[in-house]
Design a protein around this ligand. Structure first.
Ligand SMILES: Cc1cc2nc3c(=O)[nH]c(=O)nc-3n(C[C@H](O)[C@H](O)[C@H](O)COP(=O)(O)O)c2cc1C
Length: 186
């Protein structure tokens, strides 16, 4: 699959088969993620690969409660309903979560980790895998309790929780808004 096809066909995947993703494949995705550019070439990222179902279930449950209790923005009725639903799993029962955390609090670490995340998602698409960034997980993973659950050093900042798995179905494309492009000069 060429880059253009991977970019145009990558989708947020929320339904997975029960098939595991092998370690070699995950290592290849990480190897491609770290080809991303980073400010001052700091490469300020750390990858935590979670394949333990009990840990994923635990994070899902804690993150839902945390979001409902602490969300800064008023949660829409839709979000409140799904977060209150005991059957809703924020990771959609994906077999793997790759959490990209920044290891310093220097400027641009969020940008650096996000660029690595996009590389990882495109690389996964090219390998026939599905991914989805799970923002719901971020706030709780950033708490002392969340970091402790994954043995993350206190200084790390979780930036990009990306689920990875074999897609059960091909999600339809989400239409894009017409981008505003303001030209200055010819
Ligand atoms: C920062 C960020 C946070 C997201 N958080 C969630 C999430 O918590 N749960 C979810 O199902 N999708 C989440 N998504 C996926 C978006 O909903 C999805 O990318 C968007 O609807 C566009 O669809 P597409 O990725 O298929 O193009 C998130 C995406 C981003 C970039």
């Amino acid at each position: 699959m060429d880059l253009k096809e991977a970019i145009y066909t990558r989708r947020a995947v929320r339904e997975f088969t029960a098939d595991p993703v092998d370690e070699r494949t995950i290592r290849q995705l990480v190897a491609m993620a770290i080809q991303a550019p980073s400010a001052v070439n700091q490469q300020p990222w750390s990858f935590c690969v979670i394949r333990d179902k009990a840990v994923l279930d635990h994070i899902s449950s804690k993150a839902k409660t945390h979001m409902l209790r602490t969300s800064q923005v008023a949660l829409s009725h839709h979000f409140q309903t799904i977060l209150n639903d005991p059957k809703f799993h924020i990771f959609y029962h994906a077999p793997v979560l790759v959490l990209i955390s920044s290891v310093t609090d220097s400027p641009w670490t969020v940008e650096d980790c996000s660029l690595a995340a996009e590389n990882l998602m495109l690389a996964a698409r090219a390998a026939g895998l599905g991914t989805c960034w799970i923002g719901f997980a971020q706030a709780w993973l950033g708490t002392p309790e969340g970091k402790a659950a994954l043995n993350l050093p206190a200084a790390y900042v979780p930036v990009a929780p990306i689920i990875v798995g074999h897609p059960k179905s091909e999600p339809p494309p989400i239409p894009r808004k017409e981008p505003e492009i303001r030209w200055i000069g010819s």
